[in-house]
Ligand binder design. Structure first.
Ligand SMILES: [Ca+2]
Length: 151
């Protein structure tokens, strides 16, 4: 019985102390991770779902600054969870599209360019571009706290 209590106690302590999975970065209520292994937008969304999350939604300007600056760090253009369907954009996690950070001239809304990536280049400051979904890119997963698998 004592070992049962002890093991469950340590489980709880781990969850309170580290609300995000090990390789995720904690930011307010959410956990973010840059995956540098290139994938198509669909593959990336599936991979994020398998970890209990979605491709990252960007809900507000300070989330944008954090994701562009701390998570992406100018490493490579990366998919986020925004996609155009039937002419309008939706986040894969169902969050309403209140905030956007399109780059100059974006979204270009060219046919077949319905998936959105964040620019890594410092010249674009993490702004967004709608581009072809079947391109292989790095991607950013997001898990909302309380939805992590281990806790
Ligand atoms: Ca574009």
């Amino acid at each position: 019985f004592l070992s049962f209590v002890t093991s469950n106690l340590s489980f709880l302590l781990v969850c309170f102390a580290h609300p995000c999975p090990a390789d995720y970065i904690s930011w307010y209520e959410n956990c973010y991770k840059l995956v540098e292994e290139p994938a198509t937008w669909d593959e990336a969304q599936t991979a994020c779902e398998e970890q209990g999350g979605n491709l990252a939604s960007i809900d507000m300007s300070y989330d944008q600054a954090f994701v562009a600056g701390v998570v992406l760090q100018g490493k490579a253009d990366a998919w986020i969870g925004l996609r155009r369907k039937d002419g309008s954009y939706t986040w894969t996690d169902g969050w309403p599209v209140f905030f956007t950070q399109w780059g100059p001239g974006e979204p270009s809304n060219i046919k077949d360019e319905g998936c959105v990536s964040m620019h890594a280049s410092i010249w674009f400051h993490g702004t967004w571009n709608d581009t072809k979904c079947d391109q292989a890119k790095s991607y950013i997963c997001k898990i909302s706290s309380g939805k992590t698998k281990q806790c």
